[in-house]
Design a protein around this ligand. Structure first.
Ligand code: CP
Length: 360
C-alpha cells in the first residue's frame, strides 16, 4: 500500500489540483425534500477521502450543512428527506462523536439506522470485511458508514457494496467528515466566513493523525496558510510534501512551536495517539506537554482572538491544558455539535448521488 504520508502529494500530482479549480456557486438546497428532486452540485457516490473534492464541492457541503443547521434549530429537528433509506453504521474502532453524530444525522433525515460494533458481531468469529459488507447489503443497507483501523478499508468496502460508503475514519489515512465539520466550524467563526490567508496551526501528533491528513486538504483548498507543528518524530513524511510544494497551497511544517503559534488565527491541538505510538517517538508525555502542549502561555503568542480547536477525544494536560479546552476561545464543543449538521449534509448529498447514479 502507498505510504499514507505520501498520499497528499500523490493525489496532488494529478492534472488539475482541487484548489485551483474554479469554484462553483452552489445553491442551498431545500432539504425537507428528497435529494433527487434537487439540482445538487455533487457527483460522488461515496465519501472515502476529501482529496478529490473541488472547492465548489466543499462549498456545496458547507451550504447544505447550513440548511441542515436551520433544520436542527426547529422545534422538531427532523425532515422526511431520506425516508426509506437504510443506514448501517459499522465501526471496528471505538468512537463517541462520529458514531453518535452519524446516527443522529441519519435519524434526523428519517433514515432507518442499524449499528454494528465489530467486537460483538460475527467479525469476532473471523468473518472478513468483504463478507461482512456483503452481509450488511443483503440485510438491506443502502448506505454504510464505517470506521476501520486499517487505512484503505473503506475503499475495499466500496468495491463490494452496492450503495454509498462513508468513511468514518480509516487508520492513519483519512477522516473526511471530521475535516468537513472542522471547516464548517471555522467558516461559522471567522470574519466573512473566509479562511483565505488565515494562519491555521495543527499542533501535535500529525504522524498518526487521519484528522491532520484530511484537514491538510480542506483547509489549504480554502486558502488557509496551514502550519503543522510537533516533534520531528511525529512529522515524518509531512516535511517532504511541504518542501516540494503543493500546487499553490500554503503549507509549512516545523518543530518550532513559537514560530508556529506566533500570530496564529486558529490552533488545532491533536491527540497524542498512545494506542498507535511505536516505542521511541516521544521521550515521555510529560516532556511532550512541556514542549508542545497547548497552554495559555503558548496561546499568548497567537492573535488575541485565536480560535482553539481539538477533534477529540482529548488528553487534557498532555496536548491541551484543561483551562485552554474550556477557554472562551475554544470551539471544541461547537465542533461536536456541528458534526450532526455536516453529517446530515453528507448523507443527503450522497443519497442524491446514489439515486442519480453518481459514479465517483
Ligand atoms: N473526532 C473523533 O473522531 O472522535 P470519536 O473517535 O469519538 O468519533
Amino acid at each position: 500500500m502507498t505510504p499514507e504520508v505520501d498520499r497528499p502529494e500523490a493525489a496532488s500530482s494529478g492534472s488539475t489540483p482541487a484548489a485551483s479549480r474554479t469554484p462553483a456557486t452552489p445553491a442551498v438546497p431545500a432539504v425537507d425534500a428528497p435529494p433527487e428532486t434537487q439540482d445538487l452540485a455533487w457527483r460522488h457516490r461515496h465519501l472515502l477521502d476529501v482529496d478529490d473534492l473541488t472547492r465548489g464541492e466543499l462549498e456545496t457541503v458547507m451550504g447544505t450543512a447550513d440548511a441542515m443547521r436551520e433544520v436542527l434549530a426547529r422545534p422538531i429537528a427532523k425532515v422526511p428527506a431520506l425516508r426509506g433509506t437504510n443506514v448501517t453504521i459499522l465501526f471496528y474502532e471505538a468512537s463517541t462523536r462520529t458514531r453518535v453524530s452519524f446516527e443522529a444525522a441519519a435519524k434526523n433525515l428519517s433514515c432507518d439506522v442499524t449499528n454494528i460494533a465489530a467486537a460483538s458481531s460475527s467479525v469476532s468469529k473471523g468473518e472478513s470485511l468483504v463478507d461482512t459488507v456483503r452481509t450488511v447489503e443483503a440485510l438491506g443497507a443502502h448506505m454504510l458508514v464505517m470506521r476501520h483501523n486499517v487505512s484503505g478499508a473503506p475503499y475495499l468496502a466500496s468495491e463490494v457494496f452496492g450503495g454509498a460508503v462513508l468513511n468514518g475514519g480509516d487508520g492513519w489515512h483519512a477522516h473526511p467528515s471530521q475535516a468537513l465539520l472542522d471547516l464548517f466550524t471555522l467558516r461559522s467563526r471567522l470574519p466573512g466566513r473566509s479562511l483565505e490567508g488565515r494562519k491555521i496551526v495543527i499542533l501535535g501528533d500529525a504522524l498518526h493523525s487521519r484528522v491532520a491528513r484530511s484537514n491538510i486538504w480542506t483547509l489549504t483548498a480554502m486558502g488557509a496558510d496551514l502550519w503543522i507543528c510537533g516533534p520531528s518524530t511525529l512529522l515524518r513524511g509531512f516535511e517532504g510534501w511541504a518542501a516540494r510544494g503543493a500546487a499553490g497551497r500554503r503549507f509549512t511544517v516545523t518543530s518550532d512551536v513559537d514560530a508556529a503559534m506566533r500570530d496564529a488565527d486558529v490552533v488545532m491541538a491533536l491527540r497524542i495517539q498512545k494506542e498507535r505510538m511505536a516505542g521511541g517517538l516521544l521521550p515521555s508525555l510529560r516532556e511532550y506537554a512541556a514542549r508542545y502542549g497547548l497552554t495559555k502561555e503558548r496561546l499568548r503568542l497567537a492573535k488575541p482572538d485565536c480560535i482553539v480547536m481539538h477533534p477529540g477525544p482529548m488528553n487534557e494536560g498532555v496536548e491541551i491544558a484543561a483551562d485552554v479546552a474550556v477557554d472562551p476561545r475554544s470551539v471544541i464543543t461547537a465542533q461536536v455539535t456541528n458534526g450532526v449538521a455536516v453529517r446530515m449534509a453528507l448523507l443527503y448529498l450522497l443519497a442524491g448521488a446514489r439515486r442519480a447514479g453518481g459514479n465517483a
